[in-house]
Design a protein around this ligand. Structure first.
Ligand code: ADP
Length: 470
């Protein structure tokens, strides 16, 4: 089966979030189970920097297209320096780039053209999020008579329904969308053009990144205005949980952490705690429970209830490290609290090395998301023996079992509901667990033995793709 993955961010070349992790790992996992898979993404400044830093000279099969192979998967990069040789993938601290519709419209259009030029005739075009969704709309409209794609089926994966790619109607001719698509059956969404909606309307299959989120997005609470459309398409809407790339995230082999460790050598985990405490200026002690958070500072991630609960948390006998960037409002609120409490360290940046260190060093990992399509943080923290304390939503509900609900399989704790009170309750429960060393180590053992590798998820995708091609 020939599969092309179309995504606006892919690890290790350019990343702002989990989308990049997925599109970096899924292609190899699909290849490993027998599919011929390639990936298309824009050639951002960040990609150029990656090539320079690693002394890579990508090949250029045709003008404007560059390629580089990793483990048998060809990654293709579409060049347009005016569009992509910029700071940031989607914008700057000042906001999104105003020409994002044109930037990603160009990316999608050129992806289809280049596939023909390189002679890769896909059985499946697998597009991720609104930035790639236009490839589906183009294929089913602008290129519908193109014999090259006659047998190609399209799949849209929604990583986060809150980001839909909404633009003014005046953008339509600039991205070669015919006016006749601007209606309720097409891309219109409350007088705007909605690029994700186009993907939902025209794709042969819609997937999202966990079974629970697939159900949630058909409801008013989580549907972001598209719940009706998704409900009407629920026969072709499936949830496939993301895997975790254990090549990148493995405490036994991780060269970014202070000391490698495993279940058998769990005491070495605490060297990481000491290392982090020293590095960020916390009191050095293996005995104080350390809570970690690695996140975008966005309301989705529960930063509002974290902020509300912070003062009370900081007055407890614990340490807290937050690594994140995002909403300026939360930068300011958290900075204010961090100034007052020595046991709380705030690191306002995106730093992959520090993220690894925090997963390795923490005893508990807080992820009280308001909603969570899948979430990688909880899976990473499980692998690093940092017990996840999470909301019962989306992928968190599909991966974390409360130790009070199941004493054998329990691998973390679930908030009763989305509130400061429930957050503080799980913090208290975890502090209690921390004092019971034997029980704590039993749960750490379960957590570190959980397996969310990509192979299972890739097989699930393959099964769905095969069914489409029948
Ligand atoms: P989302 O994609 O919604 O941001 P996920 O949990 O699916 O959330 O994935 C987030 C990924 O980004 C994880 O790999 C996490 O470790 C990483 N990450 C988030 N914030 C930071 C940060 N400030 N520094 C380094 N890595 C980060």
């Amino acid at each position: 089966m020939k599969i092309v993955i179309v995504s606006s961010e892919v690890v290790p070349f350019a990343k702002t979030g989990g989308l990049a992790d997925v599109c970096g790992a899924l292609p190899e996992a699909l290849k490993n189970i027998g599919s011929d898979t390639c990936v298309f993404m824009p050639k951002y400044r960040e990609v150029n920097n990656y090539f320079k830093k690693n002394n890579i000279l990508p090949k250029s099969p045709c003008p404007g297209l560059f390629t580089f192979e990793i483990k048998g998967v060809n990654f293709y990069f579409i060049e347009h320096n005016d569009y992509f040789d910029r700071d940031g993938l989607y914008g700057t601290a000042m906001g999104d780039y105003p020409d994002n519709a044109q930037r990603f419209g160009f990316f999608c259009k050129r992806t289809l053209e280049y596939l023909k030029q390189i002679g890769f005739k896909p059985d499946i075009i697998h597009c991720h999020d609104w930035q790639a969704a236009l490839a589906i709309t183009y294929l089913k409209n602008n290129s519908k008579h193109d014999s090259f794609f006659k047998k190609t089926k399209t799949v849209l994966t929604i990583h986060n329904l809150a980001y839909q790619g909404l633009f003014d109607k005046s953008e339509m001719p600039k991205i070669e969308l015919n006016d006749n698509l601007f209606n309720i059956e097409g891309l219109e969404f409350y007088w705007k053009v909605n690029l994700l909606k186009g993907g939902i309307v025209f794709s042969d299959l819609i997937t999202t990144v966990s079974p629970t989120y697939a159900k949630e997005i058909q409801t008013k609470e989580f549907g972001c205005g598209l719940e009706g459309l998704l409900f009407s398409r629920n026969q072709k809407l499936k949830g496939v949980i993301n895997g975790l790339d254990y090549f990148l995230w493995n405490p036994e082999k991780d060269s970014l952490i202070y000391k490698k460790f495993s279940i058998k050598k769990i005491n070495d985990k605490y060297e990481n705690k000491v290392g982090l405490q020293k590095e960020v200026g916390l009191k050095v002690s293996k005995d104080i429970p350390l809570f970690g958070i690695v996140t975008r500072l966005a309301e989705q991630k529960g930063v509002d209830i974290i902020s509300e609960a912070m003062e009370i948390m900081c007055n407890k006998d614990l340490q807290l490290v937050i690594l994140g960037t995002g909403d300026i409002k939360y930068h300011q609120i958290l900075e204010g609290i961090a100034k007052k409490h020595k046991n709380f360290v705030l690191l306002l940046k995106f730093d992959n090395r520090l993220a690894h260190d925090i997963y390795a060093a923490s005893d508990f990992f807080l992820m009280p998301s308001r909603y969570e399509p899948c979430g990688l943080g909880q899976m990473i923290s499980l692998k690093y023996g940092s017990l996840p304390l999470v909301s019962k939503t989306g992928g968190l509900a599909d991966t974390i079992i409360d130790i009070d609900d199941n004493s054998v399989k329990g691998n973390g704790m679930l908030l009763k509901d989305y509130s400061k009170k429930s957050l503080l309750e799980v913090v208290d429960r975890s502090l209690d667990l921390y004092t019971h060393t034997k029980s704590l180590h039993k749960v750490i053992n379960v957590a570190m033995n959980n397996d969310f590798s990509w192979e299972e998820s890739a097989r699930e995708y393959q099964k769905l793709f095969k069914a489409l091609l029948k």
